[in-house]
Design a protein around this ligand. Structure first.
Ligand code: SF4
Length: 305
């Protein structure tokens, strides 16, 4: 079977990374070891390995051909119609991509379920940015929300994520997708906060359902995400929410300090919360080194020093 026309998608402009070239490691159909209630793909039976996939050579050729057509690629995003780390030659693939990528960065979007496998762990270390999901910590929630393939252990995943965070020299982002009445309960949020603190990724993206889900589930509100972000003290939390309400206010210097002491704010938070005058004041505080600006894999955070 030839996959050559379906491996690549894009390039598409991405707010964070510039021009992104998508690489689908499962172009024929969905192959995933989860069957998440919120998945934007069709529901499908879980699998523990891919049965149908392109060869490394096919993928590299497809990337090279895209590079010829689009010389300004900023990031090669490795993903799948399903879970990309189920691809059996991931290590060989990323090694070869790194040889041909020139100035482009590499990014992988994974559900994180296989990180405790040595070969996957080592392959992930070779990406410039690794973004993994972690929706639940309790076994009950994990099974209910992510509908995992048998034998997957959340404890092992969290331990391996902790080890990965210590080992990687690159960017590591964790993503939590909140679903109403499932992982937005107080006890689960507490468990997530404890686990994330131990994992210590560079950034946490929190969001909710924004496309038609595979099963009948509901998103949480923007206000819920805001309150979760405030609860995740000491962490770089980025709220990913489409069409968030704009509620700009005026802040004094002291109020800005107090806000940023509670949690670092992203550029997007600032644009939605600060009126023009407060944004100008913030710029002065940055210039005079009272507030620092940190870039975490394309997301700018304002932090109290
Ligand atoms: S891990 Fe991703 S692809 Fe797999 S079921 Fe969940 S949302 Fe869908």
């Amino acid at each position: 079977m030839s996959y050559s026309n379906s491996i690549i998608f894009g390039p598409i402009p991405s707010r964070r990374f510039g021009i992104s070239l998508g690489v689908d490691l499962s172009p024929a159909f969905k192959q995933c070891n989860y069957d998440c209630l919120y998945c934007e793909l069709e529901p499908a039976k879980t699998v523990s390995s891919m049965q149908s996939y392109p060869s490394v050579k096919e993928i590299i050729t497809a990337i090279e051909e895209s590079f010829e057509k689009h010389p300004k690629i900023d990031v090669i995003t490795v993903t799948a119609n399903g879970e990309p780390t189920l691809y059996p030659f991931l290590d060989e693939l990323i090694t070869q991509i790194n040889r041909i990528k020139n100035r482009a960065k590499t990014l992988i979007l994974s559900n994180g379920s296989t990180i405790y496998k040595e070969e996957v762990f080592n392959a992930l270390l070779k990406f410039d940015t690794v973004k993994l999901s972690l929706d639940c910590v309790s076994e009950t929630c994990f099974k209910k929300l992510d509908r995992i393939h048998k034998g997957i252990s959340i404890e092992k995943i969290i331990e391996a994520m902790m080890a990965f965070s210590k080992s990687t020299k690159h960017a590591f982002v964790l993503e939590v997708l909140f679903v109403k009445d499932l992982n937005d309960k107080k006890t689960e949020i507490e468990l997530l906060y404890d686990a994330i603190k131990k994992i210590n990724p560079h950034r946490i993206d929190i969001g909710t359902i924004d496309r038609p889900p595979a099963y009948k589930v509901q998103p949480v509100t923007f206000e819920s995400l805001q309150s979760i972000a405030e609860h995740f003290k000491g962490l770089n939390v980025n709220i990913a929410y489409k069409n968030r309400p704009k509620q700009t206010n005026s802040f004094t210097q002291e109020e800005i300090f107090s806000l940023l002491k509670r949690r670092p704010l992203t550029q997007e938070d600032i644009e939605n919360l600060f009126d023009k005058k407060s944004q100008e004041l913030l710029a002065i505080l940055v210039k005079t080194s009272k507030i620092s600006v940190v870039n975490s894999s394309g997301v700018q955070f304002y932090k109290f020093l």
